[in-house]
Design a protein around this ligand. Structure first.
Ligand code: HEM
Length: 118
């Protein structure tokens, strides 16, 4: 049963464009992670102001292996650099400081799923 891990980002209105620009320049290493199934950056339109970094994994162990591995470190090198001195884990930053002012992780198990009829 797949596991969904969502990084929930609080992004001030004036930093939304910058956040999306940074993700469009992302490292692109997660694609080769063992057990990785899907990634989407979800832009809020209605009902919330928060961005969702949606990832799906074959198992919790696969996610943990990625989060503790090189690909996560390298995929987050810029964030870590931007976060220096501004409190770890705050946001997506390059030069302009972190783009997000808060993040939390939600975990789901895929109970039911389907795709378009073949
Ligand atoms: C402490 C919290 C976190 C911060 C500050 C953070 C920040 C970032 C930044 C800055 C990037 C790349 C874009 C860039 O280089 O600017 C990134 C990429 C990414 N983040 Fe996070 N992140 C965090 C935690 C997480 C977590 C928990 C997940 C999974 C649910 C996640 C999923 C991703 C994915 C999939 C990418 C793309 C990586 C790639 O392209 O290889 N992040 N994150």
């Amino acid at each position: 049963m797949s596991v969904v891990k969502i990084n929930v980002l609080t992004v001030p209105a004036e930093m939304r464009e910058e956040l999306e620009r940074r993700f469009s320049n992302r490292a692109g290493m997660v694609e080769s992670a063992d057990g990785f199934e899907w990634f989407e950056l979800l832009r809020p339109v209605e009902g919330t102001e928060r961005y969702l970094v949606y990832t799906r994994w074959r198992s919790e162990e696969d996610f943990q292996k990625w989060q503790q591995g090189q690909a996560f470190q390298r995929g987050h090198a810029q964030a870590a650099a931007a976060g220096q001195g501004q409190g770890q884990g705050q946001g997506h930053g390059h030069g302009q400081g972190p783009a997000a002012t808060g993040s939390e992780v939600w975990t789901f198990e895929v109970a039911e799923s389907t795709g378009p009829k073949a």
